[in-house]
Ligand binder design. Structure first.
Ligand SMILES: N[C@@H](CCC(=O)N[C@@H](CS)C(=O)NCC(=O)O)C(=O)O
Length: 200
């Protein structure tokens, strides 16, 4: 398989973590690229020119991090990332994580292309408020309060989104403001799948 990615994409990191968790990293060629470059090789692979993009051994091109994770879960080894016994909880957490990631990524990309004043626009305000509300919700979330560090797709997605906020939006200072969430995330990120996929 081939995975198109870069070192700063939270979406790509979710997939990289899944590759380690499902023991598929050795079977996957990592194709580092810049999705924003007009002449990127990625455009030949997918018209969307977005990462992560996975090309399977059979040549299918899968985009969207959660869909790729779903595929890896089916073809890899070890415990399921989407256990049927806790399906709804796992998907609910994954949705919160993906939404948090979307809001944070849009703040970052908005500032990059429009300057920090985009924070004062209607959309900018909505995204910042969504991040804050989601942090509050996660800090009191039953899965977080239960303290389970099981690396389901839900836990992985939330943990990566939080790591991305630390990386790109440190002013949120979520670790100090939400210590329960911080303690839970610290447990989820223990292990090589997170250690070997640090943002750069
Ligand atoms: N919903 C997608 C989001 C992917 C995404 O936005 N990737 C960014 C990099 S972090 C990208 O490739 N952007 C290039 C573009 O939008 O043209 C997913 O979950 O994979």
């Amino acid at each position: 398989m081939q995975l198109y990615l870069n070192t700063s994409s939270p979406y790509a990191r979710v997939v990289r973590v899944c590759l380690y968790e499902k023991q598929l990293i050795e079977r996957t060629e990592l194709c580092w690229c810049d999705p924003w470059a007009a002449d990127s090789e990625l455009v030949q692979i997918t018209p969307l020119s977005r990462i992560p993009t996975l090309v399977t051994d059979a040549g299918d091109v899968i985009t969207e991090s959660l869909l790729i994770a779903h595929y890896l879960d089916a073809v890899g080894e070890g415990p399921s990332l989407i256990p049927s016994t806790i399906l709804a909880e796992t998907l609910a957490l994954a949705g919160l994580g993906q939404g948090l990631m979307d809001a944070a990524f849009n703040v970052v990309i908005g500032r990059k292309h429009g300057g920090n004043e985009v924070d004062t626009t209607l959309l900018g305000q909505r995204r910042l408020k969504a991040i804050e509300r989601t942090l509050i919700t996660l800090n009191a979330h039953p899965s977080v309060l239960a303290g389970s560090a099981q690396r389901t797709l839900g836990a992985i997605t939330v943990a990566v989104a939080l790591a991305y906020i630390s990386f790109r939006l440190p002013a949120f200072d979520w670790q100090n403001r939400y210590p329960t969430l911080h303690a839970w995330q610290a447990k989820v990120v223990e292990g090589e799948s997170f250690a070997l996929t640090e943002f750069e």
